[in-house]
Design a protein around this ligand. Structure first.
Ligand code: NDP
Length: 272
């Protein structure tokens, strides 16, 4: 009995995980829970100071465990190759396990609410990553939420296939299926993840690699504060806003599962 609980504690010892958006909200909770199971965690975000603080706060539960901060803006795809090569270099130098990334959690994401017919078309014609203003641009949302997760996943696939171990989790959103006024672009980006993950699961399954989406409802983080009100809470069958642990539990469950792939799991208190 005691032996079994120790085994569970160290379940992910020697496994290497990337968590994008791992400094705050849902991603931070997943990074914490992975670290508590013994995994080495690469925490990926934009803000250097916040990143350093998050990495320092992650638990070290065995001597060989190491956590690493990665600062790179996902809305600028021209920086991705360099960052990914750096991660590969670092992980290959670890002396405690797989030496490759086996777990990939895509939690980083941005949103913006605006009715499509009110949106200025100039916002959409600004290619080449030269954005005029933060969170006011369809390109920035699509690149951060959809294109970069696709490119990052692609870069680590061969490593996972060689390892014969891969657990890929995309944090989508229930609005990809339910729809939400003002969120046409955001829900398109999340809907794209659903299709990508489903198809990917059929390509990588034979290598013991899984790909799943978690679709949260409204979760209490910085991102959701603008949407939370009593009317919303009343519309949720479980009568509460979700918390980051609600999502993290599902992420860890999927990471520790061996026979679930191609799924989109709604964790939304029954909202949809
Ligand atoms: P938060 O706003 O709390 O955290 C966002 C995280 O993503 C931060 O770590 C942030 O880093 C990082 N991030 C944002 N943009 C970039 C970028 N361009 N490059 C690198 N890192 C970036 O969000 P949540 O935890 O609430 O959301 C996590 C995911 O869950 C998102 O994909 C979101 O769409 C999805 N979701 C959230 C819901 C909710 O109600 N909260 C509902 C449904 C889905 P930094 O510290 O550098 O800013």
């Amino acid at each position: 009995m005691f032996k079994n609980s120790i085994k569970r504690l160290f379940e992910l010892k020697g496994k290497n995980a990337i968590v994008t958006g791992g400094t705050r909200g849902i991603g931070y909770q997943i990074a914490l829970d992975l670290a508590n199971k013994g995994a080495n965690v690469f925490v990926w975000s934009r803000n250097k100071e916040v990143n350093e603080k998050a990495v320092k706060s992650l638990p070290i539960i065995h001597n060989d465990q190491k956590h690493t901060g990665i600062v790179c803006d996902l809305s600028k795809t021209n920086k991705l190759d360099e960052t990914i090569n750096e991660i590969k270099k670092q992980v290959s130098s670890f002396n405690n396990g797989d030496n490759k990334i086996g777990i990939l959690v895509h939690s980083a994401g941005i949103t913006h609410s605006e009715l499509l017919f009110k949106k200025s078309s100039n916002d959409n014609n600004n290619y080449n990553n030269n954005y005029n203003s933060i969170n006011d641009n369809s390109n920035e949302i699509m690149t951060t939420n959809l294109l970069s997760p696709i490119l990052i996943t692609q870069s680590f696939l061969k490593d996972m296939m060689r390892l014969k171990y891969g657990r890929i989790i995309f944090i989508g959103s229930v609005v990809s299926e339910m729809g939400n006024r003002g969120q046409t672009i955001y829900s398109s980006s999340k809907g794209g993840l659903n299709g990508f993950s489903k198809s990917l699961s059929k390509e990588i399954g034979q290598f013991n690699c899984t790909s799943n989406v978690i679709s949260p409802g409204f979760i209490d983080t910085d991102m959701s504060q603008q949407y939370i009100n009593n009317e919303l809470i009343n519309s949720i069958p479980l009568k509460r806003i979700g918390n980051t642990k609600d999502i993290s539990k599902t992420a860890l469950f999927l990471i520790e599962s061996d026979y679930i792939t191609g799924q989109n799991i709604r964790v939304d208190g029954g909202l949809y």
